[in-house]
Structure formats: structure tokens, C-alpha cells
Design a protein around this ligand. Structure first.
Ligand code: R1P
Ligand code: URA
Length: 293
């Protein structure tokens, strides 16, 4: 493919030489990156660093870069939703794979490690609040990935076909997509984690089967998702970013993993008594593994 200069309108670099939305310069980013939804969770992660060498904030995107021992890490907040993941993953990729001087894609590409430490709602009775789930796959009920060209593996195609056969979505609704986790990362996160397919939704209320005053177009959504089963795979949880992180990782060539603290169990209709403690426990357990990667 021709390596064409990327115009100023397509990749926006500010007066500091930093990528527009994140306000981060290439040298300010580590190659192992923790993403969190909540900007306030960035200092909750970086307080465990031995040293913080960079801090920036623009809109909901807060970045801290530093070290645990010799391991250089960045923690970046994404805000909520897959539309934000489109921005964050493209800009993280640009920071390592596009030369900001020439605006050309680099000859030698870098594959980042991207690990989401988030919160989520469980869809199985046996996954209690305050436990942790590693997403074996992200199944998107939004439409971000419809805008990108990508290849699915045979296993992903089989899972998607089984999902389409078993789970009735409302007519004219989502065209589901599915991507697996980065296997090189996932193999490190087994002990003390539940594992399963994570459904990524384009909203928190009706898109996750929550009914307050608005009537649901698909009242059976939760039952259908909980009952899904294919060759030992089941759907474990709901949240709002994982499928886009995995999908963009596939498109751009990065290793991605999503891990969630379960703050709600939708089957038991229970909510954690201390969400901050659940997230802090996930951060500590996650960093213990990530620092050794
Ligand atoms: C909704 O409350 C938010 O919480 C979950 C969802 O994915 C969504 O972003 O993750 P975070 O706690 O990481 O933001
Ligand atoms: N985040 C979500 O998106 N859903 C939940 O139920 C809990 C956290």
C-alpha cells in the first residue's frame, strides 16, 4: 500500500506536538497501557507507580505515565462508550506508528499492550459482585466496527453465528460483531478471575435491559444473553467498551485485554456495597500481574 502523507485534517497534532484529543506526545506514552473509563481512576492506578514522569489532561482523557520497578506504564482514561474507544485507540496507535514529523506511517510498526481495568454487570447467577471477569471475547451490540475493514477468525465466525441463532435482537437493531482477547495477555490472567464473553452495549439502560420509565423494545435481552451457550462458551457480563478495544486492536495490530470488577449482578439484582473497594482490589491484582509482563 502507498505510504501517503497523512494530512493535518486527518491526524490533528496540537502546538505542543501532541495528538489532539489525548494531548500526549509520542515520548510521553509507554508501550503497556492501562485504560480506565473514569478519569478519577487514573490517579487511583498511578498512585501505585514508583515514579510518575508525565501527566496530562484534555477533556475526559487523563494520562499518567510512569514506572513500577523497571516496567514503564501509561494509564489513560477513555470516558464511557465505544465512540470514545475509536478516538483513544486510533490516537494511541498514531503515537507509536505514525511519524509526527513526516506524517508517514513508520516502516517498523509497534504492537502495544492495552489492558482495560473497568467495571461491569454480571449476567450469570454464579458471578458475584466484587469478583473479577476477564473477557475472552468482546461482543459488540453497537456499530463502531461496521466502519472498519477487518478479518474474523474461524472461531469468532462460529461464535457469532451461534449468537445470531440463539439471541433474538430487536428488528433493525444491532449487527453484532465479536473479537477475541489478545492471547499473549490473557494467559497471564487466570487465577482468581472468571472468564467469558463480554457483551458491549451502546448504552447503560435499555441497551443493557434496564427499565426505569422507558419501555424496552427487547424485554427478553438479558434472559437470552444469560442462556447463550456454545461449545463451553457463555456470556458473563455487560459493559460499554470491550468489543471496541478488541476490534480496534485487531484492525491496528495491538494486544488487548479487558478485565472488569463486577459491581452489579443483573440476575440476582444485587449491587456492590463498596464499588471503590472492588475497583481498588482489581487495580492491585491487575498491576501485580501487569508489572511482571
Ligand atoms: C458505565 O457506568 C461505565 O462503567 C463501565 C462501563 O463500561 C461504562 O464505561 O466501565 P468503567 O467503570 O471502566 O467506565
Ligand atoms: N457498567 C456497566 O456498563 N454496566 C453495569 O451493569 C455496571 C457497570
Amino acid at each position: 500500500m502507498e505510504n501517503k502523507r497523512i494530512a493535518e485534517s486527518e491526524l490533528i497534532i496540537n502546538s505542543r506536538g501532541a495528538v489532539y484529543h489525548l494531548d500526549v506526545r509520542p515520548e510521553e506514552l509507554a508501550h503497556t497501557i492501562i485504560t480506565v473509563g473514569d478519569p478519577d481512576r487514573v490517579p487511583a492506578v498511578s498512585k501505585h507507580f514508583d515514579k510518575v514522569e508525565h501527566q496530562s489532561q484534555h477533556r475526559e482523557f487523563v494520562t499518567h505515565t510512569g514506572y513500577i520497578g523497571n516496567k514503564r506504564l501509561s494509564v489513560v482514561s477513555t470516558g464511557i462508550g465505544t465512540d470514545n474507544i475509536d478516538i483513544v485507540l486510533n490516537e494511541l496507535d498514531a503515537l507509536v506508528n505514525i511519524d509526527f514529523q513526516t506524517r508517514l506511517v513508520k516502516e517498523q510498526l509497534t504492537s502495544l499492550q492495552v489492558i482495560r481495568l473497568g467495571t461491569s454487570g454480571a449476567l450469570q447467577d454464579g458471578i458475584p459482585v466484587d469478583s473479577f471477569v476477564v473477557s475472552s471475547h468482546g461482543l459488540g451490540l453497537d456499530n463502531l466496527m461496521a466502519y472498519y475493514a477487518f478479518e474474523n477468525t474461524t472461531e469468532e465466525k462460529q461464535l457469532l453465528e451461534a449468537f445470531r441463532g440463539q439471541v433474538m435482537l430487536q428488528p433493525g437493531g444491532a449487527n453484532p460483531c465479536l473479537f477475541s482477547a489478545g492471547e499473549d495477555l490473557r494467559k497471564h490472567f487466570t487465577d482468581g478471575f472468571h472468564t467469558g464473553i463480554t457483551v458491549t452495549c451502546p448504552g447503560f439502560y435499555a441497551p443493557q435491559g434496564r427499565k426505569l420509565r422507558g419501555q424496552l423494545s427487547n424485554p427478553n435481552l438479558i434472559d437470552n444473553l444469560t442462556g447463550f451457550s456454545y461449545e463451553g462458551h457463555r456470556i458473563t457480563n455487560f459493559e460499554m467498551e470491550t468489543s471496541a478495544i478488541y476490534g480496534m486492536g485487531r484492525v491496528l495490530g495491538h494486544q488487548c485485554l479487558s478485565i472488569s470488577a463486577i459491581v452489579a449482578n443483573r440476575i440476582r439484582q444485587e449491587f456492590t456495597k463498596d464499588g471503590a473497594a472492588a475497583v481498588e482490589a482489581l487495580i492491585q491484582k491487575g498491576l501485580g500481574i501487569i508489572a511482571g509482563l
